[in-house]
Ligand binder design. Structure first.
Ligand SMILES: [Zn+2]
Ligand SMILES: [Zn+2]
Length: 334
């Protein structure tokens, strides 16, 4: 037993079976509470999937978690990242400096990281301006929310694409939550590591922060159908606890997105509107909060999610966008 108590009510580690361990890495001050690092046993040591953000308490929890699992950082032979978000990747640089020899991620995550991390403040200001163009002005900036001190730009030692193998794991490219998001399927146990692609009960955020992104929600829905074709014997998500039935959760998420789309279409049937106006007409979070009840940063996320829905409708020819208007307006086509 550990003498370090990280959580009042939760164990730091849980053995999943088949040489897999869950390590709950703290996200201090965040309602998600923790991100799961998963340790997967290989012939040469361990693969770690996701590592938490860059902070001393996360490194301490990881080292202690490894000890509880009967191993040490020296035995972690590679770190595989599901996606670039700081709660999954932030600590990577620290771990490589502490002797983890390999870092793996999808090439789209690396190219995006290079773009935003050369000047994170400029990237945030750009996202702020984009949300403003869509009808919502925030006093504070996204920068405060994203806390760039908790991540560090570190180059992968290997880029991995769809279908590639990392020991016993097979990478499955699942764009949507981010452009280069990966899930990992473990052939020996049949389990699926889903990162932020499939969570329960949280609904993964599919935002639209930059104009050139295309149709991220369309990608996300395709990626949900893609993992639904896998006969998974258990789901290991990056947040929350492992759960048994992938198909049940995928079906729920598909229904959820469809009903959100119905509400967006309904709001748009009252006449042309910008994304923020539509976001104000929708309920938010599992508790059905109004837009105004959300924190300012979460209102920005809500507008971004609404744009994803509008752009998914536009990609199918159901909605038109007037980008000459300020804010940008969407029009429902008959
Ligand atoms: Zn994420
Ligand atoms: Zn996350």
């Amino acid at each position: 037993m550990s003498d370090i108590r990280i959580y009042e009510d939760l164990d730091l580690t849980t053995p999943i079976g088949d040489g897999i361990f869950q390590i709950r890495l703290p996200m201090a001050g965040n309602p998600l509470r923790f991100v799961n690092g998963y340790l997967v046993e290989e012939d040469d040591g361990f693969t770690l999937i996701d590592c938490g953000w860059r902070a001393d308490d996360v490194l301490d929890a990881l080292v202690e978690g490894l000890r509880e699992c009967g191993t040490t950082l020296e035995c972690v032979r590679r770190l595989a990242i599901t996606h670039f978000h700081f709660d999954h990747y932030g600590l990577a640089g620290t771990l490589l400096r502490n002797g983890v020899p390999a870092l793996l991620m999808h090439p789209l995550e690396w190219s995006f990281l290079q773009r935003i991390m050369t000047d994170p403040q400029a990237a945030d200001r750009r996202a702020d301006r984009w949300i403003e163009r869509n009808g919502f002005y925030a006093e504070s900036t996204l920068e405060d929310e994203l806390q760039h001190g908790r991540t560090e730009l570190i180059r992968p030692t290997r880029e991995i694409g769809d279908g590639e193998h990392i020991g016993r794991l097979r990478a499955i490219w699942t764009p949507g939550h981010t452009a280069g998001h990966l899930c990992f399927h473990d052939a020996p146990s049949g389990r699926l590591f889903t990162g932020d692609h499939v969570l329960d009960p949280v609904t993964p955020h599919v935002g639209f922060w930059f104009e050139e992104r295309g149709d991220p929600l369309g990608e996300y829905l395709s990626s949900l159908r893609k993992v639904d074709r896998i006969d998974a014997a258990g789901v290991l998500p990056a947040h929350g606890e492992p759960f048994a039935d992938l198909h049940r959760r995928v079906a729920e998420l598909l229904v959820h997105e469809e009903s959100r789309e119905g509400r967006v279409v309904e709001a748009l049937s009252r006449g042309p509107a910008d994304a923020a106006t539509i976001a104000r007409a929708l309920p938010w979070t599992r508790r059905n909060r109004t837009f105004e009840e959300l924190s300012e940063a979460h209102r920005q996320f809500a507008v971004s999610e609404t744009i994803s829905h509008l752009e998914h409708l536009r990609a199918r020819g159901l909605v038109e966008r007037d980008a000459t208007a300020n804010p940008i307006r969407y029009v429902r086509l008959a």
